[in-house]
Write a protein that binds this ligand. Structure first.
Ligand SMILES: [Fe+2]
Ligand SMILES: [Fe+2]
Length: 190
């Protein structure tokens, strides 16, 4: 696995200053939540700094990257190639930074979530929506719950993003629905 300082240096060379700053902010939130919820802090910081490394490719480049690297593209991703940046970042994180599987998966699903989310998935998903640069109307509320109950934070963020996309008439990725149903079922069975 790559050293954090080396990864940070390389990510800084790859991304625009604004995206790099967001990545550092997400890394800090990953560190905070890993400490609270007992996950591997170093690994969580690495997945935070690497989670958006595929984001600044153009739509065409994203589709080409996936085709060249044999990454499957589903119909919603083909319609909205921006969604592919998680899969691409995870592939880069594996090949160029030797990031372990559990952190690669968290990167793949950081925008949508998925059924059976792991602790790494949840930490990155919530960190990405609560980093200091996020300015949604309810970000402070998300930040507050995130420190108390990580599952509840995932539920609230998913509810917000799903509702927002529906209201704006945007396509919904099925993994977000799987994620919300999974977390609600878990909550009801507690
Ligand atoms: Fe992202
Ligand atoms: Fe992000």
């Amino acid at each position: 696995m790559v050293r954090l300082e080396d990864a940070m240096e390389r990510v800084q060379d790859t991304l625009s200053p604004k995206r790099y700053e967001h990545s550092v902010n997400v890394m800090k939130k990953c560190e905070e939540y890993a400490a609270i919820y007992g996950a591997d802090v170093e690994l969580c910081k690495l997945m935070g700094i690497l989670h958006d490394v595929g984001k600044e490719l153009s739509k065409e480049e994203k589709v080409k990257y996936c085709r060249d690297n044999k990454i499957p593209i589903d119909e919603i991703e083909l319609e909205n190639p921006g969604l592919l940046h998680g899969k691409i970042a995870a592939d880069m994180a594996k090949k160029e930074y030797n990031l372990p599987k559990e952190a690669q998966d968290a990167i793949i699903y950081h925008t949508t979530g998925r059924a059976n989310m792991t602790i790494y998935d949840k930490i990155l998903f919530v960190a990405d929506s609560t980093s200091i640069d996020r300015k949604y109307e309810n970000t402070d509320y998300f930040r507050h719950i995130a420190k108390e109950d990580l599952d509840e934070a995932c539920i609230e963020i998913l509810k917000f993003t799903i509702k927002d996309r529906v209201d704006e008439g945007k396509l919904l990725h099925i993994n977000s629905v799987y994620a919300l149903n999974y977390l609600l079922k878990e909550k009801n069975n507690k």
